[in-house]
Design a protein around this ligand. Structure first.
Ligand SMILES: [Zn+2]
Length: 145
């Protein structure tokens, strides 16, 4: 969260791919790569935009680290609701993919109940899991490798 805040400078969106693996049906985040690490121009328009070359690099990183993309997260200036573009353009267009939206450009403290938690169903449809019931969907604790 602190890195998203720093990289967005509280002026524009910032984003990150959360890398990890599946442990007994739960996705565990073990590593992260920020959009601007894949493309220094990713935030130039104010919203997160990544092109094909950035994804080629992402898949390379995953292969090298032996991890997969378990979710992505990006910031919004206001609340954590998906935009029309977020709905239509999932970062990973695979059913089951999870997209997290962090409100207030990730300026702390970021309360988990204010996160937007979305799971992709395919065909530009998503289900929402955020709000007061966030604990059913997300567990925040440190896991050793
Ligand atoms: Zn967005």
């Amino acid at each position: 969260m602190a890195e998203l805040d720093r990289r967005g400078r509280r002026r524009h969106e910032a984003g990150v791919f959360l890398l990890g693996d599946d442990v007994g049906g739960s996705r565990v985040v073990r590593d992260a790569i920020f959009y601007d690490q894949l493309d220094p121009k990713a935030y130039d328009t104010g919203i997160c935009v990544l092109h094909g070359a950035a994804f080629a690099q992402l898949w390379n990183v995953c292969r090298k680290r032996g991890l997969t993309v378990v979710a992505d997260a990006h910031t919004h200036g206001g609340d954590a609701r998906q935009s029309g573009s977020d709905r239509k353009n999932p970062m990973v267009a695979r059913p089951g993919h999870i997209a997290v939206i962090v409100p207030d450009f990730a300026r702390g403290p970021v309360l988990p109940e204010r996160l937007g938690l979305y799971r992709y169903l395919g065909d530009h449809r998503w289900t929402e899991h955020g709000g007061r019931r966030w604990r059913r969907f997300l567990s925040l604790r440190e896991v050793r490798r």
